[in-house]
Design a binder for this molecule. Structure first.
Ligand SMILES: [Fe+2]
Length: 250
């Protein structure tokens, strides 16, 4: 059983389309799940949600989804300087104003966490747990430099055991490591990478014959189309440059 995991699409329709085309071209992917943050920063929130709904792709709520759904006062995003704070508010305000009531209702219905049983659940087989940020809050960043102890604490919240996989996004930087026999996988970002690589990406997790294998994939997409869409909208042009640079600092 191989799962494809896509996270942090952030209303970037060209990036999502490229990932779905790539997944369609593979014959070894059995199911696709998203890990939240479907909207924000780019001009296609309704289109991204409609495409995922059309394709029947389930997933969990990111901080951007649950706050947009409820018209919460802030998106729960982190910022490091006053300009980033200003941009964060502009993106969130635009997204709240340009996301339909129907889309908000659907975003509001996304679960916080999904547990999958690749072997069907009738045996005590491995578990794949999906959350957006971490199992406690979807706003906390689970970065690669977190300690093994942090990973163990998060695993305990999910009742994860050796052989299980915990997958999450939110930081927009993919990474993977094993701690105590549990695989921890940050699936990166489809629509707003922050690791200096502007390509889109996804991850897969495969369970076969007692073995777990994890794969992080990056691929080109039409960044120019995404950037042009942002520049043609009332969103700040800064967001186009961030996509073109792969999120490197301004
Ligand atoms: Fe995000």
């Amino acid at each position: 059983m191989r799962y494809a995991l896509i996270s942090d699409v952030h209303a970037n329709l060209p990036a999502l389309e490229a990932v779905l085309v790539a997944l369609d071209a593979r014959s070894d992917v059995d199911a696709v799940y998203h890990l939240g943050d479907l909207v924000g920063y780019a001009p296609w929130p309704d289109e991204v949600v409609a495409l995922l709904r059309d394709r029947g792709i389930p997933g969990v709520a990111g901080n951007y989804d649950s706050t947009t759904a409820t018209d919460y006062e802030h998106c729960g995003c982190r910022y490091e300087d006053p300009r980033q704070e200003e941009l964060s508010h502009l993106s969130y305000g635009w997204t709240r104003d340009h996301t339909s009531v129907e889309t908000k209702r659907w975003l509001g219905g996304l679960p916080f966490r999904i547990d999958l049983r690749p072997l069907g659940g009738h045996t005590a087989g491995p578990k794949l747990a999906l959350v957006h940020g971490n199992p406690v809050l979807n706003t906390v960043y689970w970065t690669e430099d977190r300690s093994d102890d942090f990973c163990r604490k998060m695993a305990a919240r999910l009742e994860a055991k050796p052989g299980d996989v915990v997958a999450f996004g939110h930081t927009h930087r993919p990474w993977h490591r094993e701690v105590g026999g549990i695989q921890f996988l940050n699936t990166g970002s489809v629509g707003r990478p922050k690791d200096g690589d502007p390509r889109t990406g996804y991850a897969t997790v495969a369970f076969e014959e007692g073995e777990v294998s994890v794969e992080i994939v990056r691929l080109e997409y039409d960044v120019a189309r995404a950037a042009a869409g942002i520049r043609a909208s009332e969103l700040p042009d800064d967001f186009a440059g961030i996509l073109e640079r792969g999120g490197t600092p301004l």
